[in-house]
Design a protein around this ligand. Structure first.
Ligand code: NAD
Length: 498
């Protein structure tokens, strides 16, 4: 099915022939899915020019009208869900139910964001002076850059662009070079929905050149970035140089705390989904299981048995539990961490190998892996972003919280307990942007804010939910004095005479 794809700039598809091209491949089969031109600084300049040119008109389009186009996009995503879900699975390797889920998130978020067009609320505030009104309005910041990773190739772009577009911003979108086909399909849906030319632009290219040119472009007024911490820091610095907003969603090392009263059957279902869903390549993946000593041995036994039952293979087969990792690089990195665990003396309980033979030889398949580790080891502290779970034994709740909070990240967290006091204590005690009670660390819903603390990203932006538009807007304060005379705040202080 090799497609010869290009960029979407200023409402037109372009496919520059004078460029080197790169291939996007299916990580389960090695099959080439599409080729793309390598985007350059000139392409970035053209895309930003288009976004800048379209901005004033889009800004002045009433927000409820903007919402109608988002709703139209949601309908198209719904109609094309199966087709797009299969492309997600083929391009990044998550199992087909999750591929469809990726698209469902776009449907959900575009529907949600379209309604935000009718809820673009400001505040009305009393003035300290008579015959005077104070209120705030929200305005779009301008053309924005959206830079995304490969693990949710439809969902993450939908969160970012849905919020940016309803806010009245125009967009230049650059996805990861591992999932450009999903990016192009995403742009196709927005084109079909009828967004005016230049409002949404799409290109692909290396992060170090095209991505870098995009985040540093002087006409870009906000950057929304999801990816690794090191790249995130570069984006943050580039934004600081120009005093523009940067929404950053970076890594995670998400724990589930298992208390002595936990329902272990419920827990096991949650751990399998949390640790091995998306082949462990979620920013919110459960990568640490911090377990109370009382249930530790029982849990280890069940955990190994359940993990060994997981069926790894063709992600398009609905019976498959876990697909390949997304790339050769992801495979190398995952196996490298297995090596680190072995070298540091962590106990490998199951997995740890590349799967070989038959269809496995064509793709990047790694066994679901469980290690028993000490809390201060690299496997317990660093983001692996693959199907590797570290289990850590603790003596009580306090130690569990201390271990949970000992890493640099703070995205998602969870506790399994039937003690309501512990559950409520954990909501306060866990250093993370998200806490689940009796559910795994994954499973965000679009109407709720999403984001982390510590190295996961600055706390001043939250994607999704009612906070989503804050990333792309600023608050303007308006004073209306209808007294017909000069009134001086703080100076003409009226006395109460009644
Ligand atoms: P990455 O940081 O390598 O790349 C992310 C994006 O940034 C890509 O589009 C890439 O081309 C671009 N990029 C790379 N260098 C750049 C530069 N110098 N300037 C501008 N852009 C540049 O991340 P990845 O490997 O694609 O994704 C994996 C990472 O993403 C993991 O660390 C994971 O935790 C994180 N992630 C976080 C969340 C979240 O919401 N917190 C969600 C998904 C993934």
């Amino acid at each position: 099915m090799v497609q010869d794809a290009g960029f979407f700039i200023g409402g037109k598809w372009t496919n520059p022939r004078d460029r080197k091209r790169f291939e996007t491949i299916n990580p389960a089969t090695g099959e080439v899915l599409a080729t793309f031109p390598l985007g350059t600084k000139e392409d970035v300049n053209a895309a930003v020019r288009a976004a800048k040119g379209a901005f004033e008109k889009w800004k002045k389009t009433p927000a409820p009208r903007r919402g109608e186009l988002l709703l139209e996009a949601a309908k198209i995503f719904r109609n094309r869900k199966e087709e797009l879900g299969r492309i997600v699975t083929m391009e990044m390797g998550k199992v087909i139910a999750e591929g469809r889920g990726d698209v469902q998130e776009a449907i959900d978020f575009f529907e949600y964001a379209s309604g935000e067009g009718r809820r673009f609320f400001g505040q009305t505030v009393p003035s300290e002076l008579p015959d005077k009104m104070c209120f705030t309005i929200r305005l779009p910041v301008g053309p924005v850059a959206l830079v995304t990773p490969w693990n949710f190739p439809i969902a993450i772009p939908s969160w970012k662009s849905g919020a940016a577009l309803i806010s009245g911003c125009t967009v230049v979108f650059k996805p990861s070079s591992l999932t450009p086909l999903c990016g192009a399909k995403f742009a196709e849906v927005l084109e079909e929905a009828g967004f005016p030319p230049g409002v949404f632009n799409f290109l692909v290219g290396p992060g170090s050149t095209a991505g870098d040119a995009l985040i540093r472009h002087p006409d870009i007024r906000a950057i929304s970035f999801t990816g690794g911490v090191d790249t995130g820091k570069q984006v943050y610095k580039a934004a600081a140089e120009r005093m523009i907003k940067a929404g950053l969603e970076l890594g995670g090392k998400n724990p589930i705390l298992v208390m002595d009263d936990a329902d272990l059957d419920l827990l096991m279902d949650g751990v399998m989904f949390g640790a091995f869903g998306t082949t462990g390549q979620r920013c919110t993946a459960t990568s640490r299981l911090i377990v109370h000593r009382v249930v530790y041995d029982d849990l280890l036994d069940r955990l190994v048995k359940r993990t060994e039952k997981l069926k790894v293979g063709d992600p398009l087969d609905p019976k498959t539990d876990m697909g390949p990792v997304a790339s050769a690089d992801q495979e190398r990195k995952t196996l490298e961490y297995v090596g680190i665990g072995r070298k540091e003396g962590d106990k490998l309980l199951t997995g740890g190998e590349k799967l070989r033979g038959g269809a496995y030889d064509r793709g990047f398949f790694v066994e679901p892996t469980v290690f028993e580790v000490k809390a201060n080891k690299r496997l317990a502290m660093e983001e692996i972003f693959g199907p590797v779970l570290s289990v850590i034994r603790v003596k009580d709740y306090d130690e569990a919280v201390a271990v949970a909070n000992s890493v640099e990240y703070g995205l998602s967290s969870s506790i399994y307990t039937n003690d309501v006091r512990r559950a409520f204590a954990a909501m306060q005690d866990l250093e993370a942007g998200i806490t689940y009670i009796n559910a795994p660390t994954i499973g965000a819903e679009v109407q709720m804010p999403f984001g982390g603390i510590k190295s996961t990203g600055p706390t001043d932006t939250r994607e999704a939910g009612p906070t989503a538009v804050e990333e792309f807007t600023y608050v303007k304060t308006v004073y209306v004095d209808y007294s017909g005379r000069l009134q001086r705040a703080q100076i003409d202080t009226a006395k109460f005479t009644g």
